[in-house]
Design a protein around this ligand. Sequence first.
Ligand SMILES: Nc1nc2c(ncn2[C@@H]2O[C@H](COP(=O)(O)OP(=O)(O)O)[C@@H](O)[C@H]2O)c(=O)[nH]1
Ligand SMILES: [Mg+2]
Length: 290
Amino acid sequence: MGSLFSKPSPQPPPASAELNKPWRKVTWREKNEILPYLEGFRSSAGVLRILLYGPTGAGKSCFVNSAQKVLLGRNVISAHEQTMRVGQSFTVKIKTHKMKKRGGGRFPFVFDDIMGLQPDNLGGIQTEDIINILKGHISDGYIFNPMHPITADHPKYKAKPEAEDKVHCLVCILPADSVSRMNDEVFVKMKTIRTKAVHLDIPHVIVLTKVDQACEVVNQDLKKIYLSRKISEKVEECSHKLGIPLNNIYPVQNYHTEISPDEATDNLLLMALNDIVNFANDHVEDRDDE
Ligand SMILES: Nc1nc2c(ncn2[C@@H]2O[C@H](COP(=O)(O)OP(=O)(O)O)[C@@H](O)[C@H]2O)c(=O)[nH]1
Ligand SMILES: [Mg+2]
């Protein structure tokens, strides 16, 4: 006689959160190797402009502060971060952040921090405004209007941008913990921006933040980031959704609660920064060759 309860079919063992082999072969580069390189870095363009964009709350402002913190070796308040989940962008204008050096002076690159992208019903920055920034048309301090993009008669609209006003590297900041739940409308906007960047030959990378919130293994030990199954899945998902190659995606943890510097946090941030600055410089050199 058959049993009322069918025998449970054997389930595959749960996939381990920690991989046996790293998902990316990386030479873990140390702060004391990258930082002196960046400190001695000179650009043929004068100043390289790096634009950070992405959904509200992804960690754009926090990335600016984290970059400045690792470059300067002390705490800073440069870009205003959101302190709670208010859902609306705390950053409402375009702000250019110059990066200070340890011994005084500035690095030859700047970060443009802007208002976040949102689904249409929640406001946020207009896609057209980001495209105008890429081309150098929007001056520092412009306050975004979520209802409509800048018009050519606005005092902050630069009709004839200089080479330094244009963006030399575009960085999409995405949160590892919530990227899978992100609204499709926001992805459509990001894809439009990506297409424009490709058209303008501007290098485009993703910085994947909040890895500590996306994976417990990483939360416990950031050095295990390349062994984390979850992070490898998130990197693949971002690559697939935005069409950005896997090797142009940098998982990092921003400084968000820590006060003292942490070696692994610094190294991951510096590895991302190093590539971003070099890609920006390559773009300028390639443009000058043409
Ligand atoms: N746990 C964690 N929190 C982060 C990280 N990066 C940013 N945050 C937090 O996320 C919130 C939004 O960051 P913010 O930089 O203001 O986002 P923005 O809207 O993209 O500029 C802030 O409360 C940050 O402290 C990260 O890597 N890990
Ligand atoms: Mg912000």
